[in-house]
Design a protein around this ligand. Structure first.
Ligand SMILES: Nc1nc2c(ncn2[C@@H]2O[C@H](COP(=O)(O)OP(=O)(O)OP(=O)(O)O)[C@@H](O)[C@H]2O)c(=O)[nH]1
Ligand SMILES: [Mg+2]
Length: 223
């Protein structure tokens, strides 16, 4: 096969994978909506604060028994253990060599869960700003988290994930004084990539804008 032929075959295979993933994601979403579950996927940079934001959200939700959290990670159960302390059910998926969760992972988990018990499902993806972009999981809303410690250009450098998300969180705003970051540039970049994206500037250390985020998520102010 010529080099050109090989490349177009790889592109076709990749498109097939994305198409198949979309079909399974649609099935996952149908299950969520049949059971009237609000579902959120949290994606974003390594260490940007995905689990910390989840901890803050869960801490403020009054009923804990109706929350299911699925944590994706390459190798450990660290994040699920952190979340479990809040009294919610957690399921850890270790992806091994894979740099993101996909809809099939979630569909397999859903087979073993009594969905009647839950009102909210939060899925934390593996920390990565590239791999999860095309592989939606079937959640109602996708939240992408970056923090100002990744640099002012982190959003501009990863446009696809911001295009494919409903909500953007720029976290660790408590560190603004010690970093040379123009937060307005970050907001502009996100808006240019995706004019419909809803942006929250947060800190889990000072709880800045966490309540506002929660109100928007839970009261479905984000459409
Ligand atoms: N200063 C500051 N630190 C934060 C904030 N949010 C999280 N951190 C810290 O950042 C580190 C990583 O936070 P995590 O919540 O584990 O981040 P994550 O995105 O879940 O990380 P991975 O799942 O490993 O990709 C921890 O040491 C947190 O305490 C914040 O708003 N401000
Ligand atoms: Mg985490």
């Amino acid at each position: 096969m010529s080099k050109k032929g090989k490349i177009s075959r790889i592109i076709e295979l990749n498109e097939d994978l994305i198409r198949n993933n979309d079909i399974i994601a649609a099935h996952n979403n149908k299950l969520f909506s049949e059971k009237k579950i609000k579902s959120f996927e949290i994606v974003g940079a390594i260490g940007a604060g995905k689990t910390s934001i989840l901890e803050s959200i869960i801490n403020q939700l009054s009923k804990k028994e109706d929350i299911l959290v699925i944590n994706g990670d390459i190798a450990t159960r660290i994040d699920a253990n952190r979340i479990e302390k809040y009294g919610v059910r957690t399921i850890q998926i270790n992806t091994g060599r894979e740099c993101a969760l996909n809809a099939y992972h979630i569909s397999q988990v859903l087979k073993h869960v009594n969905l009647d018990r839950y009102k909210y499902i939060f899925i934390e993806n593996v920390g990565n700003l590239i791999c999860p972009s095309d592989f939606i999981l079937g959640a109602d809303k996708r939240i992408v988290v970056v923090s100002i410690t990744e640099g002012e250009w982190v959003i501009k450098k990863h446009p696809l994930l911001f295009k494919m998300s409903d909500i953007a969180i720029i976290n660790k705003i408590d560190l603004l004084d010690i970093l040379d970051i123009d937060i307005e540039n970050m907001i502009d970049d996100a808006k240019k990539i995706n004019p419909n994206i809803k942006i929250f500037i947060t800190s889990t250390k000072t709880e800045t804008n966490i309540e506002e985020l929660l109100t928007n998520l839970i009261e479905e102010k984000i459409h």
